[in-house]
Structure formats: C-alpha cells, structure tokens
Design a protein around this ligand. Structure first.
Ligand code: FAD
Length: 499
C-alpha cells in the first residue's frame, strides 16, 4: 500500500510515505503488548455479535475471526515437559497460521496447572476442546513474539516522541486532520500528511491507549465543549462522548497461598532461589529452560458457580429498572445486551486463573507461592480450591487466611473491597457506536465529525468482553487496516491513531 502513496510527509526536511511516531526507545514497538502477560484469549461469539447489535454493521464474530486470523501465526506446540496432563486446548482450524504474530502453547507450566484444571472439573466445569489460540511467543526460543517492522526507505520510525495533539482544519462536521504535533529531542515538532499518519504510541508506563487516545482527541479540540472551552481549548468538534463509557475488568487477587515444597512447583521463588531452580529442572528432567507463565484460565458463566442465579438476575433487573431514567440511550442498549448474555449461559461472568508470580510481598521468598485471581463481578466460592488434586499442593492459605472472617456476604464484600485491582484492560473511551448512542467513532473507526481521523485501539471497544483484551486489539487493527486500504484506494487522507 505504501508504494502507491505520494511521498508526502516531512520530518526535519526528509520525506516519507509513512511515519510512525512513538514514545520510548528501549522496550520495542507495541505498547502494552511489549510487556504484558502474553496470554492470547479470544472472546465468545456472542460478545462479538453484541458489537453489531449495538449499531456497528460488519462488527461481529465472523469478521473478528477473519481479521484476527490475518494477524495470527499459530505453531504446533512442542510436547509438554511440565504439566503433561494439561491439554493444549485448540482446534487448528480456529486459528490463523500465516500471520506475523507467532502463537503457541508453552511446553512448561507451573506444575499446578493440570491439578487446577482437574479440581475445577470436579466442581462441574467442563474442559473445552477448542478454547483459545494460546500465547504470543516463539515456541523454540520461548521468548516474546515480535512483529518486525519492515526496513523500507519510505518508512520512518520515530521513537522518543510524545504526541501532543492532532492538527486539524475546519469545524463541526467537516474537520480534516492535517498533521501531528509532538515533542521530540527537547523541542516541539510538527509533521504534516497528505495521506496517512499512523501514531504507534509506545510503551513508557502503563498508559493505556484507552486513557491516552481520548486525551489526544481532547487536546486536539475534539470532545465535550463544556469541558474543553473553560480549559482554553478550541472545540473544533463538540463530541461529549469522548473519554466516557470507560470499562475495566476488576479482579480480586485472593486467595494467596504458600504451596508445598518438593512438588516441583514453579513460582516466583525460583527467581531468588537458585537451588530450587536446579531442583525443579532435575525433578522434571527438563530439556529446556522453564518459563513462569500463566496457563490455567477458567472462564465460567454465573450458572456454573452458584445456584442463586435467578435471585442475582432479579436483583440486577430491579436495580436497572429503578435507575433506568438516569441512563443514556447508549448505556440502556448496552445493559439490555449484557442482561441477555447474563441470562444465557453463553458468556463468561467470572474468570479464575492461577498465578505463580507474586501479587503481593512474598512472606517467605524461598518457598513456592501461588495466587488464584478471580473476577469481582459476583460472589465466588472458596470451596473450589479445596478440591484435590490442586488442594493437595497447598501448604497454607495466606489470604484471606483463617484470621479474616469471610463467612457472610457482607464480610466477603468488605474483604474484596480491600483487595480489588484492575487488569489493565481499559476500553470504551472512544466507543464505536452510533453517535446518538454516545459513540465517538463510526463503524469504519472514523471520529464523528472528521473526514479522515480514525482511532484503532482498545478504546473503540464499546462493550467489555470477558477475555483478556490483546486478541481483540489485533482483530480491530486488522479490520482498521482494511478501511485504511479502501481509503487509500479512494485517495482519502487519514490520520490514524493505531496501536
Ligand atoms: C501489565 C499488563 C499485562 C497485560 N496482560 C495481558 C495478557 O496477558 N493478555 C492480553 O490479552 N492482554 C493483556 N494486557 C492488555 C493488553 O496488553 C492491552 O489490552 C492492549 O495492549 C491494548 O492495546 P492498545 O493499542 O489499545 O494500547 P497499549 O498497548 O496500551 O499502547 C498504548 C501506548 O501508547 C503510549 N502513549 C500514550 N500516550 C502517548 C503519547 N501522547 N505519545 C506517544 N505515546 C503515547 C503509551 O505509553 C502506551 O505504551 C495487559 C496489559 C498490561 C498493562
């Protein structure tokens, strides 16, 4: 596509067809994906179809899978060296094989993954035969998969550049993006585009694009006039929905447990205890180095964890009804869809995963510790972890532990309130929805009111999905690329905020 474009952009007097502007030089291109947990999990069909039902034609499971597969380069997993009983849950036909993002399953687990899975199965959770594509990593080297940038004379990757705003022309419904203003080398710079600007905003801290994309729009004069004008920002498009509709996954990182020694468990203690690392390698007769990865994810509908579903749903409905008048049209539509999913048993309302790395200071650094993380949406049962064989691996439950009373819903609520965290899955702040429902971008990801400005990242996801959000971003990016290709054919200029 680049070859077809006029050489049109300018950095310090040089001209390029594409200029990629990013913030930080060392951590590799890719935003949070350069340092996240590598899990690659796809949403269920029903969740993706909800995007279409929200008023976004062409955004459904079928198109998501088609575009996600373009990014995916699945490799057959090597034989498992630890946790052999833990099945690799995939169907080769569900995954893309020729995309640039290498995906596979790790040959080593924590040593507790199979036990965790068996314990959940004993509590009525079924093991899916085709669950997810796995992790994005290189199976041979076991290191993070990267998508290499092409070395091309018409492409400039500019790192250590902090984007301040998009330079626009016009007002109201006909705004055209002309360029970008950014800080680089200690001074403010501008770059102008005849056709496309791709901002690949890069990793420094955990500054999710869902937080920063609306900020860049607002600094560019696109947002709620009532907020922008008192701050001295000229509102070129009055779009009050910018920055709203924020959603996150909330988790409670407990219980946290000291695990039994001598069971060959791999946890964060291996980093501080060389002897334990050697012992584990010998015990498992490993031919490779182990990795401490999160393997064991369980996504469960409410119906599988409680027999109080009718009461919980009735309570939710009553809450919604009494507040209905206060909700915006977009929120009402979202809640209707969410309620439908909750009532079916098709969605995952709670996720459990075991983590072998410490979420809190390790009381005894040379001993294995693990945590079970669970989604906070609904009460969860501590009984599940007492099921063998996983419970046979636990030495002592540290949190909530016996000293904390969590025997009533009220006490449990209090405990969870003190132990709540997010999972850095923020979305929704530049929601793709009809404008009258509170949308910021249209189904082609174009910011309402602009002729050529798109947002391509997690901020456009209007409704949170149950799974980890990385795979969605790849699907959105591939579908966004499709729109860019079409607009390049029709020779429209685009300013794109991509991941
Ligand atoms: C610690 C962590 C672990 C995670 N683990 C997983 C996982 O295992 N599996 C999974 O599916 N998802 C995971 N996620 C979530 C997943 O990585 C994100 O959903 C996804 O990367 C979001 O993509 P994005 O393009 O929207 O934004 P990001 O990947 O967040 O990229 C945005 C980048 O833009 C930069 N930026 C912001 N403003 C500017 C500016 N003005 N100028 C220049 N640069 C700027 C930021 O520094 C940031 O690096 C994790 C996230 C984190 C933080």
């Amino acid at each position: 596509m680049a070859d077809k474009l006029a050489r049109s952009q300018d950095i310090d007097g040089e001209l390029f067809d594409y200029i990629i502007i990013g913030e930080y030089p060392r951590s590799g291109l890719g935003g949070s994906s350069a340092m996240n947990v590598l899990a690659y999990t796809e949403p269920v069909h029903e969740e993706m179809d909800m995007l279409e039902a929200l008023g976004n034609p062409g955004w459904n499971w079928e198109t998501f899978q088609k575009y996600a597969k373009k990014a995916e380069g699945f490799r057959t997993p090597c034989p498992r060296e630890i946790d052999g009983g833990f099945r690799d849950l995939y169907n080769s036909d569900s995954v893309g094989h020729s995309g640039p993002l290498t995906l596979s399953f790790a040959p080593t687990g924590t040593g507790a993954d199979a036990a965790f899975q068996q314990s959940l199965a004993k509590n009525g959770l079924s093991v899916l035969a085709d669950a997810a594509p796995g992790r994005f990593y290189q199976p041979l080297t076991q290191i993070r998969a990267v998508v290499w940038m092409l070395q091309r004379p018409n492409l400039k990757v500019l790192t250590e550049a902090y984007v301040c705003r998009i330079l626009t022309e016009g007002r109201g419904e006909n705004v055209v993006a002309r360029g970008v203003e950014f800080k680089h080398g200690g001074r403010m710079q501008k770059v102008f585009a005849a056709r496309e600007i791709i901002l690949i905003l890069k990793l420094r801290d955990v500054l999710s694009r869902a937080i920063k994309s609306p900020q860049i729009l607002e600094l560019s004069g696109i947002g709620d006039k009532e907020i922008l004008e008192p701050l001295g920002i000229n509102a070129v498009i009055d779009l009050p929905a910018v920055g709203g509709n924020l959603q996150e996954h909330y988790v409670c990182r407990s219980p946290y447990m000291r695990m039994k020694e001598g069971k060959g468990l791999i946890s964060g203690h291996m980093l501080t205890d060389e002897r334990a690392a050697v012992d584990v390698k010998e015990m498992h007769k490993l031919s490779i180095d182990y990795t401490v990865v999160m393997n064991a994810f369980a996504f469960t509908p409410l119906q599988t964890v409680t027999d109080r579903v009718p009461q919980i749903i009735a309570k939710k409905k009553a809450q919604l009804t009494s507040n209905w008048a206060t909700y915006s049209p977009g929120l009402r539509k979202q809640f209707e869809l969410m309620l439908k999913l909750l009532e079916s048993d098709k969605g995952a309302d709670i996720e459990y995963l075991i983590s072998a790395t410490a979420f809190r200071p390790v009381p005894e650094p040379h001993k294995p510790h693990m945590g079970i993380t669970s989604n906070l949406t609904h009460p969860w049962s501590r009984g599940a972890i007492r099921t063998p064989p996983f419970s046979d691996l636990i030495d002592l439950e540290l949190t909530p532990g016996s000293a904390v009373d969590v025997t009533t819903d009220e006490k449990l609520k209090e405990f969870i309130g003190r132990n709540i965290a997010t999972t850095w899955h923020t979305c929704g702040t530049c929601s793709m929805m009809p404008k009258d429902l509170g949308g910021v971008v249209d189904p082609e990801l174009r910011v309402y009111g602009t002729k050529n400005m798109r947002v391509v990242d997690l901020s456009v996801l209007p409704l949170m999905v149950a799974v980890h959000t990385q795979a969605i971003v790849y699907g959105i990016a591939e579908q966004g690329e499709h729109f860019m290709t079409i607009s390049s054919r029709t020779r429209r200029a685009d300013a794109i905020m991509a991941f």
